[in-house]
Design a binder for this molecule. Sequence first.
Ligand SMILES: Cc1cc2nc3c(=O)[nH]c(=O)nc-3n(C[C@H](O)[C@H](O)[C@H](O)COP(=O)(O)O)c2cc1C
Length: 156
Amino acid sequence: MSDVLVVYGTKTGCTAGIAEKIGATLAEAGLSADVHPVEKEPEPSGYRAVVVGSGVRAGSWHGAVKEWVTANAEALTSRPVAMFTACLTMASDPEKADEVRAYTDALLAETGITPIDIRLFAGMNEPKAFSLPERLIMKAMKAPQGDFRDYEAVAG
Ligand SMILES: Cc1cc2nc3c(=O)[nH]c(=O)nc-3n(C[C@H](O)[C@H](O)[C@H](O)COP(=O)(O)O)c2cc1C
């Protein structure tokens, strides 16, 4: 049994890379960590602590991650939980961190979870990873293009 469960939701793989880096950083610190996509429906009750994170669409975490958090709220309120959000605002407008932090406000209010930490990471805008409608939305938003993941920030 590992010390920490790292759960993530991703549409393009962006958040998977961040979650894997968190798992590797925990391992370097001497903790055992299991990193799982939310689709595997990992069971948090056997772990001492949980890290859960998601990419963002239209100001909200992905539905599958919100559902996992809600379904496991009891286990998540009885052990330390840290959260992270990966999104483009943290690359294009990092001064809007309060706006990004608020993406999870409703979920936390609904579940009663009080994370020990909420980290906000720059994600990516790689058009080839998006569907055509998504590409059009990003184009209309004039979002900057690129992979803005900062693995030093993730490990810090
Ligand atoms: C249709 C669409 C809507 C998005 N909405 C937001 C948003 O509201 N705020 C934000 O900061 N980033 C937004 N993003 C950027 C994503 O959160 C970013 O690409 C992130 O890296 C996605 O991570 P994932 O692929 O692991 O889910 C959006 C991207 C797309 C394609």
